[in-house]
Design a protein around this ligand. Sequence first.
Ligand code: ZN
Length: 397
Amino acid sequence: MSSSTASEKETTLETEAKAIDLLKTLVGFDTTSYKSNLELIEFIQSYLKNYGIQSTLVYDESGKKANLYATIGRTDIGGIMLSGHTDVVPVAGQDWNTNPFCLTESDDKLYGRGSADMKGFIASVLSRVPDMLSANISKPIHLAFSYDEEVGCVGVQRLLDLMEHQPIKPSCCIVGEPTSMKVVIGHKGKYARRVNVKGHTCHSGQSPFGVNAIDYAAELIVYIRQLAREKEKNGPFDKDYEVPYTTLHTGIVQGGTVLNIVPNFCQFDFEIRHLYEEDPQHLLDKIEAYTRHLETEMRSISADTGFDFETLATYPGLLTDPGIEFVSYVKQLLDNGAHSKVAFGTEGGLFQKRLGIPTLVCGPGNIDQAHKANEFISLEQLQIGGKFLDCLIQSLN
Ligand SMILES: [Zn+2]
């Protein structure tokens, strides 16, 4: 082994150790989506500042959460954006063997909430910041770290509002969600809606004089189920997905107090996960048309009854042409020519749809470990992810 290879190896080991150390710090901040992410964001901001990199924080209305955006290198050309979310899903009700907010190493795995989804990627990126600076990269690398991704890609929208007006936008984007470092070119879009059903109460013995909110909610839920069956039967289909068609599903129902009262309120949440090429509006239109049909009957009993819809979250699907140069370039860096589509959503569809930035998803860790008790990222995945970043930086020399 030549001495330069040995010293290169030593540097890599140092960087790996740094990535783990950073991951430990990031996991230590409890950034469950409903909590503030500011301590974590301010940590990253000051970390970058130590290397002379300025970052912009884009806050939410409350000022308790923020996105961070920073550019390393030139500002007069596009470059590559590395994107990740800083929030994590709750640990409540999960049976963890370790403290989820204290990164714990065991059997070559690093356990902690967010280790795979997706603080491992962020830690890896941050550990490479000194290399990005010393490599004198010819194209810039942009860092985009968001909040409130896990509640439906909500937080990043404010960052997009800002980026929309920038004269020069990143020319491509890698979302580092856990894909076991495989190239993902597509995912479905999502519409999550809450339905409030207002009925009219009375004694259950006089139920025909009331408007039973649960019954009408149930009729609509069954109708949604019927639409789901139609999609399963008639498509459209995209065979690249495990579930190759648009799905509809109701996840939560609440209503009623006691059995002998006709309930005057019922609330339920449903979602549509649609193929990129399918506009879900026609499904939403059908659902709303069906409620008008039900309302005619409801209002013949009591005028002040009916349905009311709230949008909980919505994000577009992602579909990147696998034939474009950016996809080939990333595949080449990974030395793996394969690509796929995944069942989970990311902010990637928004970058593509709102900013027109060619985007793919590729990051360390396995989605199977995300959102569960004892979430982990393997040391191997962290290393492979880090190596990819090293190749990416070198390629920008
Ligand atoms: Zn995620």
